[in-house]
Design a protein around this ligand. Structure first.
Ligand code: NAD
Length: 253
């Protein structure tokens, strides 16, 4: 039956940036759909753990600073200890640096690109080589952005990195769809999380953004749950390389 295709029973999902915001919401969604969850973040993810465990599923954590060059190898070592297989990978962790383009330093540029772009590719590559390609099965969900489509204001490194996320999503889908691996992305619109705290505190910018959202409100982590479970499940078996906007209609304007 169709609703059964959305279930994630027996699956293990890994979510980076699982302690807050959209990543936390996706962990809870996957657990509600039946999956065990491995969260990856810099610090303990107690709140996420409690909410996943309330669903009866298992939550395990990998504490690692994803800005470090050895982050991928540390995650893969931890996987050896924690699980026999990862079925779903969500590349969610991301940072934003707001500054006029004329003033952005190389150091700040590199920090954004390292986490939002380079890590997305190399963590996905490691997971694919270890689990997805040998098993001929796997689901990758990259968290893109409206700035995968648009340039944004005062966030050039972020816009570059999120455009790259959409490109990586298509490139990997082309290579791995024949092996039963689905690589897709979700492009959230303007969501009420830490990532947008500065924007929401700026009365003029906040009003301008809200004015342009047809749904008339900021999104929430709950708004991403349906798209997340869909792209993690067999219901999306024939969806490859697509970036799904969950944006209250922002791109339609
Ligand atoms: P958030 O700031 O709450 O989440 C970012 C997550 O990344 C946090 O869990 C943080 O701990 C983690 N992280 C950052 N640096 C890290 C590091 N060095 N090591 C380990 N973890 C690290 O904000 P969010 O809105 O939930 O962002 C999640 C994703 O969604 C990001 O990729 C962001 O770019 C994207 N996004 C957000 C919005 C929005 O409006 N909030 C819109 C589009 C895309």
């Amino acid at each position: 039956m169709i609703l059964d295709l959305f279930r994630l029973d027996g699956k293990t999902a890994m979510v980076t940036g699982a302690n807050t915001g959209l990543g936390q919401g996706l962990c809870i969604a996957f657990a509600q759909a039946g999956a065990d969850v491995i969260g990856v973040a810099r610090r303990s993810m107690q709140q996420t753990k409690e909410q996943v465990e309330q669903t009866g599923r298992v939550f395990q954590e990998i504490i690692v600073d994803l800005s470090q060059k050895d982050a991928v190898s540390r995650i893969m070592e931890a996987c050896d200890r924690l699980c026999s297989c990862v079925d779903i990978l969500v590349n969610n962790a991301g940072i934003i640096h707001r500054e006029d383009a004329k003033d952005v330093s190389e150091e700040d540029w590199d920090k954004v690109i390292q986490l939002n772009e380079r890590l997305v590719f190399f963590l996905t590559q490691a997971m694919a080589n270890r689990y997805f390609l040998p098993n001929k099965s796997g689901k990758v969900i990259n968290i893109a952005s409206m700035l995968s489509y648009q340039g944004g204001i005062r966030v050039p490194a972020y816009a570059a990195s999120k455009s790259a996320v959409m490109g990586i999503t298509k490139a990997l889908a082309n290579e791995w769809a024949p092996f039963g691996v689905n690589v897709n992305a979700i492009a959230p619109g303007y969501m009420a999380t830490n990532n947008t705290a500065n924007l929401r505190n700026d009365a003029d910018r906040s009003e301008a953004i809200l004015d342009r959202i047809p749904a008339g409100r900021w999104g929430t982590p709950e708004d991403l749950m349906g798209a997340g479970v869909y792209l993690a499940s067999e219901a999306s078996a024939y969806v490859n390389g697509f970036t799904l906007a969950v944006d209250g209609g922002w791109l339609a304007r």
